[in-house]
Design a protein around this ligand. Structure first.
Ligand code: NAP
Length: 461
């Protein structure tokens, strides 16, 4: 399947992010695209510094010096991303694949801000992509939790989420998997977006209990994109990739590869480690949250390989990139005891379950931000199961599509948790040596990863 990427011209946004860097590395280590345009904020030097932090110096250098990469500096916040018409025209003439990963993962920002940073730039980019004569696929990286409004609506302790779009009925307070009617699925989406711009709210946002404006903005973007590609008769060119909570790599590019503030579970762990209380209030409507709360954490290489194989195989619509029911973790059965072992305080703490709104100030701060503690989602991933069944043996062994005994216990997790502790500690004026002494980071693997293969056929460029 890697041959699909031979000689392709790709536009990748967020190529210095956790997922974007891993996509870039994976394509360049397996295939020979003609060119990858990286749309990055900042400068070439900033990109090099970010890659040097995330990767070993030799890989960072081999990325920055790779003749197949062209860096284009632009910011999602600026009109047209700050690029001139002629820059866009040049991209439009050659790009065949757009992979849009850039996005803030901000769980506290309001709807207006999320509209400006998620919805508007994505719709602008999709519009540009739809004018590319050679466009084969536009990939939008959303989140599986864009449907987490389903938790408050459900009755079961485990909420099944289909690999599909959902419709909204505000009169009846219902949200259901979309059927074949695109008219119905996309109905009112444009007015919803207009309402955010005018009033900073919408009927759907008011009616349904979305945990974060971030998730709702991704949900609305998915429906707006669906409508745009449908109206332009280009549904087969449109893929939405929906990761659950992304975890450090298990193997690729190297075990432990991660960007600290892009691994939400590391922030949750650090917040619990630093809180001195004896009782932590969490919200759940579940009957037995201690035993039934789960966390779908997916190692980053699975997100990357699912995205790249579905893209290559022509899948369109929604794809979940998740660990799924097979490999998700019990939050309080597995992760919580690990956190407790590391706490610097001599007393034990007890999670206390409250039937509260997940914005209530009675809840522990970690739960008010990371609202998933106390929920359980069963994300369908049958599209990947079906695709896997049709791969050759060689492709099956080349690709990493399923989580295999994901146990976030290794040394690699310590480094990013320490990074988050240092961030929180700084806000509370706790000297870094205190944090480092109670929570040593351990050795980070990774320095041994080989640099990218040298491009021997530069003459094609
Ligand atoms: N991490 C997760 O657990 C998770 C879970 C579900 C879905 N996702 C989705 O996966 C995608 C990638 O996330 P990630 O984990 O790779 O996050 P990340 O490490 O924070 O990367 C996000 C990328 O977006 C770029 N970006 C943010 N704001 C920008 C702006 N105003 N202009 C230009 N670029 C901007 C960042 O640039 P800088 O490098 O300059 O910061 C970075 O390269 C996102 O769409 C996210 O919503 C992530």
């Amino acid at each position: 399947m890697w041959e699909f990427y031979t000689d392709k011209t790709i536009l990748l946004t967020g190529g210095t992010g956790f997922v974007g860097t891993a996509i870039l590395y994976r394509i360049l280590s397996q295939a020979t695209p003609r060119r990858i345009f990286l749309l990055l904020r900042g400068s070439q030097q900033k990109a090099q510094n970010t890659w040097a932090d995330l990767l070993s110096d030799n890989i960072a250098d081999s990325l920055i010096q790779n003749p197949r990469i062209t860096i284009v500096c632009g910011n999602l916040k600026s009109p047209n991303f700050g690029l001139s018409d002629s820059d866009w025209q040049c991209l439009q003439e050659s790009v065949e694949i757009v992979i849009h990963t850039a996005s803030p993962i901000n769980l506290v920002a309001n709807l207006k801000r999320m509209s400006e940073l998620v919805i508007s730039p994505t719709m602008f980019l999709a519009n540009v992509a739809l004018q590319m004569p050679e466009l084969q696929k536009f990939v939008f990286v959303s989140t599986a939790y864009s449907n987490s409004h389903l938790w408050p609506l459900g009755k079961e302790d485990d909420v099944f989420v289909k690999e599909s779009f959902y419709t909204f009925d505000t009169d009846r307070g219902l949200s259901e998997p979309a059927n074949e009617s695109l008219e119905n699925t996309t109905k009112g989406a444009k007015e919803e977006w207009e309402s955010i711009r005018k009033y900073q709210t919408t009927d759907i946002w008011e009616t349904f209990d979305f945990p974060w404006a971030y998730g709702y903005a991704k949900n609305l973007t998915e429906r707006l994109l669906l409508e745009q590609f449908w109206r332009r008769n280009a549904l087969e060119k449109f893929l939405i990739v929906k990761p659950s909570i992304i975890a450090p790599a298990q193997s690729c590019p190297f075990p432990g590869y991660a960007r600290a503030n892009s691994v939400p579970a590391a922030g949750f762990t650090a917040a619990i480690l630093m809180s001195p209380g004896r009782h932590f209030n969490f919200a759940s409507r579940g009957s037995d949250p201690l035993n039934n709360s789960t966390l779908d954490e997916v190692p980053v290489e699975i997100v990357v390989d699912r995205l790249l194989v579905h893209l290559a195989r022509g899948t369109s619509g929604v794809v979940h990139t998740v660990s799924g029911k097979r490999e998700r973790l019990s939050l309080f059965g597995f992760i919580w005891p690990m956190i407790m072992k590391e706490r610097p305080f001599p007393w034990k703490i007890k999670p206390v379950w409250k039937s509260l709104d997940w914005n209530s100030t009675d809840l522990h701060l970690a739960n008010r931000i990371f609202k998933l503690a106390g929920t359980s989602f069963d994300f369908e991933d049958t599209k990947t199961e079906r695709l896997y069944a049709n791969l050759s043996q060689r492709e099956k062994s080349d690709l990493i599509l399923f989580t295999n005994e994901h146990k976030p216990t290794g040394e690699e997790r310590r480094g990013i948790v320490q990074d988050m502790l240092l961030v929180f500690g700084k806000k509370q004026h706790i000297p870094s040596f205190i944090i480092k002494s109670f929570f040593p980071a351990g050795e980070m693997p990774g320095a041994e990863v080989p640099p990218l293969p040298n491009s021997k056929d530069n003459e094609k460029l």
